[in-house]
Write a new protein. Structure first.
Ligand code: PEP
Length: 252
């Protein structure tokens, strides 16, 4: 039997923070690790692209991992304003989020593009965190599992493995709203994703599947205790050191 993967708690800082406060946030997390001890999870912060340098300098040679929020599918070229996966890797990042629902909605990203971005990440030696999740209308129509399995099918690169890729289930209607699915609903989707990985990758039980959508310190323990939940992708609560730390400490 494959050992349960180590929890990953990832903070998606989105388009928030300026340099000084972002470095201060990273330093507060380091202080909490120093005072309370290492949490039972890998800790990842994903600052806005322009702050990867300064935040990376703050967390360099520490246990806090660094990631980006998006990458272009091409390695280089005439793509004004975009950032490539090799650039992200070169900046000290180990992870990159791809296919976040805000990118899918704001920039019209579809599964094929998300897969191309994930492939670019893998080629650059980054671990893509591939996001999937249904809208409220899709959930209300009873299509949540069908939608996320379709996204998995369309977004997962052929070269994905448990070691090089992370999945994140983020119901669109739960992001930033304070609403979360029931534990049974989360379990149903995560079980379905685990089943969807079987046949696609060699060790489906070893791939980390994060839950994201209004995770807070007061609901984290319950969510993280669900069998096929292997961590959390955290937006709003990752902007406050104590809240993010509380979520990390819920990994048991
Ligand atoms: C997110 O955007 O990835 C997210 C989970 O946001 P929040 O935690 O604020 O719902």
């Amino acid at each position: 039997m494959v050992e349960k993967p180590r929890f990953l708690v990832a903070g998606n800082w989105k388009m928030n923070g300026l340099r000084d406060e972002s470095q201060a946030l990273a330093r507060q997390l380091l202080d909490l690790i120093a005072s309370d001890g290492a949490p039972g999870c890998d800790m990842l912060v994903c600052p806005p692209a322009i702050l990867i340098g300064p935040v990376g300098a703050t967390v360099r040679d520490t246990s806090i991992l660094l990631g980006a929020q998006d990458c272009h599918p091409n390695g280089a070229g005439a793509h004004t304003g975009d950032i490539s996966a090799p650039m992200i890797a070169d900046s000290g990042c180990a992870y990159v989020i791809v296919g976040h629902s805000e990118r899918r909605a704001d920039h019209g990203e579809d599964d094929a593009l998300v897969r191309a971005k994930a492939e670019a990440a893998l080629e650059a030696g980054l671990i893509p965190i591939i996001c999937v999740g249904e809208t409220l209308a899709e959930r209300d129509a009873g299509r949540a599992v069908e939608v996320v399995l379709g996204q998995l099918d369309g977004s997962l690169p052929g070269a994905a493995s448990a070691a090089n890729t992370v999945l994140a289930y983020e119901p669109v209607w739960a992001i930033g709203t304070g609403r979360t699915p029931t534990g049974d609903d989360i379990a149903q989707v995560h079980d379905a994703l685990r089943g969807g990985l079987a046949g696609r990758i060699s060790e489906p039980d070893a791939m980390r599947i994060l839950y994201g959508g209004s995770v807070k310190p007061d609901n984290a323990a319950e969510i993280l205790a669900i069998e096929n939940v292997n961590g959390a992708l955290v937006g709003g609560a990752s902007l406050k050191a104590d809240d993010f730390w509380g979520i990390c400490q819920s990994c048991a």
